[in-house]
Design a protein around this ligand. Structure first.
Ligand code: SAM
Ligand code: SF4
Length: 334
C-alpha cells in the first residue's frame, strides 16, 4: 500500500521557493528587563487572555514538526519569565528524534540558574544569552533594570551543566563598542561563541536608534586589528555570517541586517505569544493561528500556515530612521 501525504501536510515552502524548517516560538512578550534598543520604559503587554496556553504552544510545535520543521527555538520577551516555561520545553523536547532535530532557547539568563537542570532534562543543549556589557553599571543602564551578577550566575550555571552557550551582544555606539574585543576574549576563555548584532528599527523606543547604531563592518575592523578572522562556511539560514577566531577558539557571528541583507536563504518563521505567525521580523504581514488551533482541526491549522507562507516577503529593507514595524522584537520573538 502506498500512502500519500495530503498537500496540506507536506513540508513548508514559501512563495519564493524557500524551505522553512526553523520556527521560533515566543512564550511571552513580557520581560523583566527593558533593554533600551528593544523596549520603551513603559510598555503595553498583551492581555493574558490573548496569550496561547502552554498546551496550545506545544500543540503548535507538534503540528510544525509534522510539517517538516526540524528546529525550534523558544524565545520572547523573556521565555523563562513565563511560568511553566520548563514544562513546555519538556513537552516540545519530547519531539526530538521524532522529526525535531533540535530545541534551543534564547534568554536574558536572569532565571537561568534556577532552570538550567530542567532545561537540560527537556533536551535543550544550546542556549543563546543576551549580554551587552560586562560592566555592572553599564549593564544596568542598557537593560534599565538588569543585575549583571545574577545574569553571570545564570550563565555560569548553564556552562557548568554542559550547555553550549552563545552570547548575543547588540553593538551600541558609545555604549559598548569598546567592549567588543574584551567580550570576544571573555567568550574565548569560557569556550562560548559570540554573535554581534546591529540594532534593528523594530517598534518605538525612547532612545534614538540612529545615535546608537554601530555598523558591524567597524566592529570587524576593530577585531581584526587584534585577532585574525577566518571566514567560516557555516550558515544557519539567518542574517548571520560567521568567522572563526583561531587564537581564541571562538565562532564569531556578525548579524548585520542593515549593512548587509541575506534574506535569500531565510528559512525561519516566528509565532508570537498570541499565536500570530509572522513571516519576517521587518514586515507587518501575519496570520492568526490561534482560531485555527482552537478549532482542533489540523487541516484548518495547515491551511492557515500555508496561507501565511505565501505572504513571506522576499526581503526586508530596514531604515533606521523609521521603525519597520510598530511591534518590538520582543513581540515577534527575537
Ligand atoms: N529576552 C531574551 C533575550 O534578550 O535574549 C530573548 C528575546 S530578545 C528579543 C532576543 C534577541 O533580540 C536578544 O539577543 C536581543 O538583544 C535582540 N534584540 C532585541 N531588540 C532588538 C533590536 N531592536 N535590534 C537588534 N536586536 C534586538
Ligand atoms: Fe527583554 Fe530580551 Fe528585549 Fe532585553 S532584549 S528587553 S531581555 S526581551
Amino acid at each position: 500500500m502506498t500512502s500519500k501525504a495530503t498537500p496540506a501536510a507536506t513540508a513548508l515552502h514559501d512563495g519564493h521557493g524557500r524551505r522553512i524548517d526553523y520556527v521560533r516560538l515566543s512564550l511571552t512578550d513580557r520581560c523583566d528587563m527593558r533593554c533600551r534598543y528593544c523596549m520603551a520604559e513603559e510598555m503595553v503587554f498583551l492581555p493574558r487572555a490573548e496569550v496561547l496556553s502552554l498546551e496550545e504552544v506545544a500543540e503548535l510545535a507538534r503540528r510544525f514538526v509534522a510539517r517538516g520543521v526540524t528546529r525550534i527555538r523558544l524565545t520572547g520577551g523573556e521565555p523563562l519569565a513565563r511560568r511553566g516555561a520548563v514544562d513546555v520545553a519538556h513537552e516540545i523536547g519530547g519531539l526530538i528524534g521524532h522529526g525535531l532535530d533540535e530545541l534551543t532557547l534564547t534568554t536574558n539568563a536572569t532565571r537561568l540558574a534556577e532552570h538550567a537542570d530542567g532545561l537540560w532534562d527537556a533536551g535543550i543543549r544550546r542556549i543563546n544569552v543576551s549580554l551587552d556589557s560586562l560592566d555592572p553599571a553599564r549593564f544596568r543602564y542598557v537593560t534599565r533594570q538588569g543585575d549583571l551578577a545574577r545574569v553571570l550566575a545564570g550563565i555560569e550555571a548553564a556552562r557548568a551543566r554542559g550547555f553550549a552557550i552563545k552570547i548575543n551582544m547588540v553593538a551600541l555606539k558609545g555604549l559598548n563598542d569598546d567592549e567588543i574585543v574584551p567580550m570576544l576574549r571573555w567568550c574565548g576563555e569560557r569556550r562560548f561563541d559570540l554573535s554581534l548584532i546591529e540594532t534593528m528599527p523594530l517598534g518605538q523606543i525612547d532612545d534614538d536608534r540612529q545615535d546608537r547604531f554601530y555598523p558591524l563592518t567597524e566592529a570587524k575592523t576593530r577585531i581584526e586589528a587584534e585577532h585574525a578572522l577566518v571566514p567560516s562556511a557555516q550558515r544557519t539560514g539567518g542574517p548571520a555570517r560567521y568567522w572563526q577566531v583561531p587564537d581564541l577558539s571562538v565562532t564569531l557571528g556578525l548579524i548585520s541586517p542593515l549593512t548587509r541583507n541575506f534574506c535569500d536563504s531565510c528559512n525561519r518563521i516566528r509565532v508570537s505569544a498570541s499565536g500570530q505567525l509572522f513571516m519576517c521580523l521587518g514586515h507587518e504581514d501575519n496570520v492568526d493561528l490561534r482560531a485555527a488551533l482552537r478549532s482542533g482541526d489540523d487541516t484548518a491549522l495547515d491551511i492557515a500556515i500555508d496561507r501565511a507562507l505565501r505572504l513571506k516577503p522576499a526581503r526586508h529593507d530596514f531604515d533606521l530612521a523609521t521603525p519597520a514595524t510598530a511591534r518590538h522584537m520582543s513581540v515577534t520573538g527575537g
